[in-house]
Design a protein around this ligand. Structure first.
Ligand code: HEM
Length: 409
């Protein structure tokens, strides 16, 4: 029997993995008649299609809502094809090289510590809401020149934009729309402020304001769209996966004990969480020409869902693919994609995630989940945990589980 898959169905938005398993078993891209879309769920299909960039059109957006429901699509380098994509993206890449991120690491650690320290005395906090989500929104706020208050306000608005009621198809609810309107208005005001006060123009905002291609610079509206896109991508997925790591370790006490005893296992634990719960879940592209993939004929104009979360669990690629194993020594996964549109934050997220987990585990030591209060992301787009409350006994702040005073980068 054909797999009944719709990315917007309640069962899939609650837990997409059973449907992904069934579609992988079909062995080829799965056609979703009602959406005129192909779901690419196998590792080899996502990999191959991502590298065939001349066959892909990014200009209609990247989210399932933009491609399949026609939701508005802010134009940035992310929604451009080659060669424009490369030319505009190039203004931002220096900020996200491994070297640049390593230079930023001490500042990120100080930010993490500032947000974590007040939480430690309570004996209970929510890893996503109180900690990781705040760290990443303050981090992107630093890059884009927001005040701390703006960073927190903007992140709350994004959470409201992403919120889905049970069974809600797409982001058209009153709550989603009101948040989007407020956020775009605030970002447009920020751009106007930057134009009026050149001394406020720093880092990424300076690179974008100075950017020029063929004598053309970004308009105020385009700058607003760039800020919006960097704000969302820079703050959304990393916190979901940090909270998820804490959740999964608690579900695997033997592996948690090993990580608590040896901090050098933290990067592997985070990487394995990203493989198992790839937080972007999927991104969408449109076919720019006819091509075939695993025996299926893709036609110009067809929508394509690149389901990274499924590709990362492909049993043809990974041994015991659905198991959480921090000692996995397997082949590379598709967590950050591949090809010309590969994640701009692919160096930032592992460093920020590692630092958050190092500081958190050093600060709280062993912990227990408040399981009844944990929540996963619900919707067509994101995967991971949006609520992971933990309880712990306050540790002596002078000593941590790793026998260090403070770690350096
Ligand atoms: C664990 C966290 C993250 C994951 C799993 C993730 C994953 C992804 C994936 C799968 C893509 C599409 C890649 C492709 O088309 O091949 C992407 C694109 C992108 N990501 Fe990330 N991302 C993460 C964090 C970040 C961060 C922190 C930033 C901050 C700069 C960021 C910025 C972007 C941007 C700007 C794009 C679009 C790139 C383009 O179209 O050229 N991401 N990300």
């Amino acid at each position: 029997m054909a797999v009944d898959y719709d990315p917007f169905s309640d069962s899939v938005m609650s837990d997409p993995f059973p449907a992904y398993r069934e579609m992988r078993a079909e062995g080829c891209p799965h056609y979703i008649e009602s959406r005129r879309a192909w779901a690419l769920t196998r590792f080899s299909d996502v990999w191959k299609a991502s590298l065939d960039e001349s066959a892909l059109d990014y200009t209609h957006g990247q989210t399932p809502g933009q491609l399949l429901l026609g939701e508005p699509c802010p134009t940035t380098f992310m929604t451009m094809n080659v060669p424009d994509h490369r030319r505009w993206r190039a203004f931002l890449t220096p900020f996200y090289s491994q070297e640049a991120i390593d230079t930023e690491a001490p500042r990120i650690r100080a930010l993490v510590s500032k947000i974590l320290q007040p939480l430690l005395s309570s004996g209970k906090f929510d890893v996503y809401r109180d900690f990781a989500n705040r760290v990443m929104c303050h981090n992107v706020g630093h890059d884009l020149g927001f005040t701390e208050e703006q960073s927190e306000e903007f992140r709350a608005l994004i959470d409201d934009m992403q919120h889905r009621e049970r069974g809600q198809v797409g982001g058209g609810s009153q709550r989603n729309q009101a948040a989007a309107g407020t956020l775009f208005g605030a970002l447009a005001a920020h751009v106007a402020n930057l134009r009026r006060n050149p001394t406020l123009v720093v880092r990424q905002t300076k690179a974008l304001i100075d950017a020029e291609v063929d004598g053309r610079r970004l308009s105020d509206q385009e700058l607003t769209f760039y800020l919006f896109s960097l704000l969302v991508t820079g703050s959304e997925t990393t916190p979901l996966s940090v909270a998820c790591t804490i959740y999964l370790l608690a579900q695997h006490p033997d592996q948690k004990a090993q990580v608590l005893a040896d901090q050098s296992l933290i990067p592997a634990a985070y990487r394995e969480t990203l493989r198992l719960y790839q937080p972007t879940n999927m991104l969408a592209r449109r076919a720019r020409r006819d091509f075939s993939l695993s025996g299926k004929e893709i036609k110009t104009g067809d929508n394509l869902l690149f389901v990274y979360a499924s590709a990362n669990r492909d049993e043809e690629r990974f041994t015991d693919a659905e198991q959480f194993d921090i000692h996995r020594d397997g082949p590379r996964d598709l967590t950050f994609g591949i090809g010309g549109h590969v994640c701009l934050g692919a160096n930032l997220a592992p460093v920020a995630g590692r630092i958050m987990l190092e500081e958190l585990l050093a600060g709280v030591g062993d912990y227990a989940l408040v399981e009844a209060e944990c929540e996963t992301a619900y919707g067509e787009f994101l995967l991971g945990f949006t609520r992971v409350p933990i309880r712990f006994h306050r540790k002596d702040p002078a000593q941590d589980d790793f026998g260090r005073d403070r770690m350096g980068d």
